[in-house]
Ligand binder design. Sequence first.
Ligand SMILES: [Zn+2]
Ligand SMILES: [Zn+2]
Length: 352
Amino acid sequence: MTSGPHPDPAAYDAGPVAALRRIAFLLERRREDTYKVKAFRGAAAAILPLPAEDVARAVEDGTLTDVPGVGKSTAKVIAAAVRGEQPERLAELERTHAAPLASGGVEVRAALRGDCHSHSDWSDGGSPIEEMAMTAIELGHDYLVLTDHSPRLKVARGLSAERLARQLEVVDAVNEHLGGESFTLLKGIEVDILDDGSLDQTEEMLRRLDVRVASVHSKLAMDAAPMTRRMIGAVTNPLTNVLGHCTGRLVTGGRGTRAQSQFDARAVFEACAEHDVAVEINSRPERCDPPDELLALARDAGCVFSIDSDAHAPGQLDFLSLGCERAEDAGIDPDRIVNTWPKERLLAWATR
Ligand SMILES: [Zn+2]
Ligand SMILES: [Zn+2]
């Protein structure tokens, strides 16, 4: 049947796993609800270990939905891809969801070699470590720093020292399987800055990591004077490399809005410059942190920067372009952005 209102589906030869992963990626980078995305990631994981001929037979027999993790809509995607046709859902998302997230910052984005802030399902991310790494490779990154949360952030299942130690073994294993010359998953943490400015992980564990992002996640509304002391306490800690989303503000999105924390930004950024701590440009659309005027202040204070995705799902690794656009607008030289540096330079800088 070649006539009728619908054109023939486009040829598609990447296979069902790639189709499901691409759909999930496109949904995630536009921050669609996780429950929508989960079906596609789950189905990809379900059929990945199956021999291709078994999947093809299940398509023929109409028994795909018997595979645990495959539902009606994901079965349609798999069936089309197995037949060598572009799945309808994928074609639709390529039309509606694939446009660049930002129009500016193209040169800065091209200069980035990696990302210093990302989460896996070990804390509050939605995907396994290896899926984050795979997607980072597909985005052309040379490195991705895995920075799951620290113990005090219980709502995000922050990692105890013991769990972090186990995670480091998993990172080694992922690098053995996926890495090589061109990509490294780096060991990191997003460590809570406690009320007194100390860091929420043992010094021994912090020392075993490659890159440490320190962020305030609690008591964001404390008075400016103690908040300034708290942040400077973290910045002057020789183990801190990046000051994460410094104001804590939320400008949009499902979690509602939140005002920025009050602190002496000039003093904090001067401490960052003095102690060679990067000020994070957090690319998440709902954070967009620091605000423009603070970004200019940090630039004039002589700080270096890290443009981070703070991805909690693989597709969100693509948020980086939003931060790149802001860095360009603020006139920040790419050489002052630590994740434009080759891995060796980044590691040398982060090792204190
Ligand atoms: Zn955070
Ligand atoms: Zn984070």
